[in-house]
Design a protein around this ligand. Structure first.
Ligand SMILES: Nc1ncnc2c1ncn2[C@@H]1O[C@H](COP(=O)(O)OP(=O)(O)OP(=O)(O)O)[C@@H](O)[C@H]1O
Length: 358
């Protein structure tokens, strides 16, 4: 029995992307199908190299191909092509950036910068082209957390080259102004400075630009979020009720400007004693998940309160790079893949008018 390309496509159209809820053929993920007698070759192009569902898609695709009558062997080449946010193409401000991911928090100190840095590093480790922009003028921690001490240079007196470290392109308001100087600026001046930081940096082509927002729900965070036409926002909280009240406000802020909230990350979830392995919920636990349920938005993961995370931050090497096998690095990696998956779903939902499935 001879096998045709159509048989291969028919098999692939039975495999669903578990996040997009459409089949691989409809999602445009099956490419370069070639059949030679009883052998087939094809390429499956995921919507992100940080796909959280790759294992399942791979198992389902292989199972479907094994069912094709007459097919003896097959070879799947795996690739990834990050798609742009539907509104990204029109934005003159960041034309080569496919997706801007905002990282926000209702208040300071909940670990927004730690999450931003590890999110960016985890996406880059998975193979994506990633930039990290620290717009937190209250306390720009990205220079410390990435270990960058150099200042950015301007080859033409107009634009700035981002600094490169840990596989990331990095820019921070902290590279350009002294902390006390930015603090005395008021709304329009601050907004102008931050927009310059977004606009005048030569990011080049990026799959994701992770933008560490100033904490809170003030005008600066709001207008910056609007100007960059983000794919979505990640909200960081600690599990306590007091932090969650701030998350409610942050969610309302993003709703007001029609930026999809990709989900909630709960940081400092619990502390596991390295000596006796007893877990202690220092800031309580489970509040982030509860808030996600309350808003019907995804819960993107919980990050433990862990000495290694703080030490890695202070040492300028994100924990996903310094200790990639550790439980805390894996928590960040799972979170990053969930976020990348949500960005793909949002992009695809608008592109092919998928129903909203949470
Ligand atoms: N999960 C964690 N485990 C241990 N330490 C953490 C964790 N998350 C953050 N920290 C530490 O807490 C401090 C504050 O974190 P971070 O600067 O990321 O917070 P932030 O919300 O960005 O604060 P700000 O709004 O002031 O910039 C840092 O020293 C960081 O290393």
């Amino acid at each position: 029995m001879s096998v045709s390309e159509r048989d291969i496509l028919a098999a692939m159209s039975k495999v669903m992307d578990p996040e997009l809820h459409i089949d691989l053929v409809k999602a445009g993920m099956v490419k370069d199908v070639r059949v030679d007698g009883d052998k087939a070759k094809l390429k499956i192009e995921l919507t992100t190299p940080a796909c959280p569902m790759k294992g399942k898609i791979q198992a389902d695709a292989e199972a479907a191909l094994k069912q094709v009558p007459g097919l003896k062997t097959f070879d799947i080449e795996w690739g990834a092509q990050v798609r742009s946010a539907p509104n990204a193409g029109g934005q003159a401000i960041l034309p080569q950036v496919k997706n801007v991911i905002l990282v926000g928090a209702g208040k300071g100190g909940v670990g927004k910068s730690t999450v931003s840095v590890n999110l960016a590093a985890a996406l880059a480790r998975d193979g994506a082209k990633v930039g990290l922009l620290d717009a937190d003028f209250y306390g720009p921690s990205v220079p410390l957390m990435t270990g960058i001490t150099e200042k950015p240079v301007s080859p033409d007196g107009k634009s700035l080259l981002p600094l490169e470290k840990h596989g990331l392109k990095v820019m921070s308001i902290g590279f350009l102004v002294e902390a006390d100087q930015a603090l005395i600026w008021r709304g329009p001046m601050l907004h102008g400075a931050l927009m310059q930081l977004v606009r005048d940096v030569r990011w080049g082509e990026l799959d994701y630009l992770v933008l560490d927002l100033p904490p809170g729900t003030g005008d600066v965070a709001l207008s910056l979020s609007q100007s960059v036409k983000a794919s979505g926002a990640v909200l960081v909280t600690t599990p306590q009720d007091v932090a969650l009240a701030d998350v409610v406000r942050a969610k309302q802020m993003f709703d007001k400007v029609h930026i999809p909230v990709l989900g909630i990350v709960e940081n400092m979830s619990q502390f596991v004693c390295p000596h006796c392995s007893k877990a202690t919920p220092i800031f309580n636990r489970g509040g982030g998940r509860k808030a996600a349920e309350m808003f019907s938005i995804p819960f993107l993961g919980e990050i433990p309160l862990e000495l290694k995370i703080r030490e890695a931050g202070d040492a300028g090497v994100p924990v996903v790079i310094s200790h990639p096998e550790s439980a805390e690095a894996q928590a960040f990696t799972a979170m990053a893949r969930n976020i990348a998956g949500r960005v793909s779903t949002e992009n695809m939902r608008v592109a092919v008018k998928l129903p909203v499935i949470r």
